[in-house]
Design a protein around this ligand. Structure first.
Ligand SMILES: Cc1cc2nc3c(=O)[nH]c(=O)nc-3n(C[C@H](O)[C@H](O)[C@H](O)COP(=O)(O)OP(=O)(O)OC[C@H]3O[C@@H](n4cnc5c(N)ncnc54)[C@H](O)[C@@H]3O)c2cc1C
Length: 501
């Protein structure tokens, strides 16, 4: 495994992770290599950064790293922005120390950043950019790449498996796990550099042209420290106490592996215990790489890639050759997480109701006319004002803390299906609430989880029931029988609105 590579001679990203986003050529006479960092907001374990450094070293050029934060995307809020901006601060410090020019641009009003990528690209040899298969990112990069006069290369650093190694979208976790067990082994040897800036020796960048810096002034330090005041965002979704950024992410991953990994298998379904990693926001914003997490788990378990089994039967345990808890954790972090990236990379309709498997659409359709004993509006759901205390607690945790414990999150979605006028309405409500409030929302995993509620990645379950048909059913009583929810419910009992400052 290891970070490999001789100091001063970084390797480009492995070829399955790299693709050209336009047909333009490299311009060797450009002033610098531009890395447009829009998804992997970190300077550790980052294939795109490695690739940009390797390109700059080969061309004998300086490196410029652009982080352009727009304010016009859907669900842009104080919560999302604060977390994102805290990540820029870590990067500014690390890149500054390494002599790389960091260009943070934070839009103060919608559209201010338009033209910046092109303006920088017109001075660059080439553009290296992230690759992220969901939300507004694919359209954004496609439009920018078309307008850039030099080659734009996208580098996929999302998962252990390069997204484009799989030729189709997998219908179940079991099928995808089998595929991973057959295909992942060589990719476990291809790690990004743990610290590519350490000992970096690239030419120092000259100052950027005045015309560019005057039109798009780099963000002041206060913004990089997370100050969102005055920005045109959804202020009702308030920041949470969890700090964003690579430093906090690495510390959280190390703490989880040291203190809680060993009990993960037992504790992960207990909402009353902090048994899971809490890493999903960091993974979503690219503050943390799955490679860094695997490296920490491997160290703790004394594991190396040669320990994986040659058996590829899709079974949930036994393939990695680690302890039971570590394997349970990696099944979520790798199988389930990358299943969502696989779907989004292949299916541009990943967020559409029609992307559900035919059996799920058929059974939901057959029950579309069933009476709904309880119907709640989006406003009632949002405020956590239903008759069900456990559901209300989940919704209030989402609004207050930007998260819901995974086990309760499944119930949260299933009840929205039961209490909505139609499955399409339920989908709309889940997407709206999840993506507006959840710090880890707007991610391939968001669509995995929400569509799982409606049957994606699942199979028909008997008995056939009203509203659900054969889509898997969950009730608050059955959840309460299986896990201890009393403390959880009382923790969020009195809360409403959006109380965290
Ligand atoms: C209705 C619904 C909506 C969801 N929306 C999101 C979302 O917006 N963003 C999001 O990241 N996850 C979502 N999930 C999946 C899951 O709830 C979270 O990934 C998990 O709770 C995050 O907590 P953790 O980091 O402590 O997870 P851990 O248990 O510590 O797992 C480690 C990592 O594995 C991945 N993971 C864990 N469980 C799942 C899962 N079921 N599916 C896919 N990946 C998983 C996540 O990246 C997670 O950070 C949703 C699930 C449901 C049922």
């Amino acid at each position: 495994m290891g970070s490999g590579g001789v100091r001063g001679a970084p390797r480009p990203a492995p070829s399955p992770r790299v693709r050209a986003a336009n047909d333009a050529a490299v311009r060797a006479g450009g002033d610098f290599v531009l890395y447009w960092m829009f998804a992997a907001h970190r300077v550790r374990f980052n294939f795109a950064l490695d690739h940009a450094i390797a390109r700059a070293a080969a061309l004998g050029k300086a490196l410029v790293v652009l982080e352009l934060i727009r304010c016009r995307y859907r669900w842009a809020s104080d919560r999302v922005h604060r977390f994102l901006l805290e990540g820029l601060d870590d990067n500014a410090k690390a890149l500054g120390r390494a002599g790389v020019l960091h260009y943070p641009f934070v839009e103060e009003s919608p559209g201010e950043g338009d033209g910046l990528v092109r303006a920088l690209a017109s001075r660059a040899c080439l553009v290296v950019a992230d690759d992220f298969p969901a939300f507004f990112f694919p359209d954004w990069i496609e439009g920018e790449a078309r307008a850039c006069p030099v080659l734009v290369e996208q580098v996929d650093g999302n998962g252990l498996l390069p997204m484009r190694v799989a030729a189709s979208a997998y219908p179940t976790a079991h099928a995808f796990r089998r595929f991973l067990q057959k295909s992942l082994r060589p990719h476990l040897e291809e790690f990004p550099e743990a610290d590519p800036l350490d000992g970096l020796d690239l030419p120092r960048p000259a100052a950027l042209p005045d015309a560019i810096v005057r039109r798009w002034p780099p963000a002041p330090e206060s913004r990089l420290r997370g100050d969102v005041s005055g920005l045109p965002l959804d202020h009702a979704v308030r920041p949470v106490s969890l700090r964003g950024g690579q430093a906090a992410a690495s510390a959280a991953a190390a703490r989880f592996v040291r203190e809680r990994l060993a009990r993960y298998a037992e504790d992960r379904n207990e909402p009353g215990r902090e048994g899971t990693s809490g890493l999903s926001p960091y993974l979503h914003f690219g503050h943390l790489s799955v490679h860094e997490v695997l490296a920490a788990v491997a160290l703790q378990e004394g594991w190396s890639p040669s320990d994986v089994s040659s058996r590829a039967d899709g079974s949930r345990s036994g393939w990695w050759g680690m302890g039971a808890s570590a394997e349970a954790f990696l099944d979520e972090l790798v199988t389930w997480r990358e299943l969502g990236f696989n779907f989004c990379a292949i299916r541009s309709d990943y967020d559409r109701y029609d992307s559900l498997p035919p059996w799920a659409r058929d059974t939901l359709e057959r029950h579309a006319g069933d009476p709904r004993p309880r119907l709640y509006s989006l406003g009632e759901l949002e405020a956590g004002r239903t008759h069900d205390p456990l559901w209300n607690a989940a919704q209030r945790q989402l609004v207050a803390e930007g998260r819901i414990h995974n086990y309760v999150r499944m119930l949260w979605g299933k009840k929205i299906l039961e209490w909505s006028a139609s499955p399409v309405e339920a989908l709309r409500a889940m997407v709206e609430l999840n993506n507006r409030y959840a710090l880890d929302g707007r991610d391939p995993n968001s669509y995995s989880g929400i569509f799982w509620v409606l049957g994606r990645y699942d199979r028909p379950w008997g008995p056939e029931r009203p509203i659900f048909g054969t889509v898997r059913y969950m009730s608050s009583d059955s959840v309460a029988r299986k896990v201890r929810v009393k403390d959880y419910v009382s923790r969020f009992a009195g809360e409403g609105g959006n109380p965290v400052g």
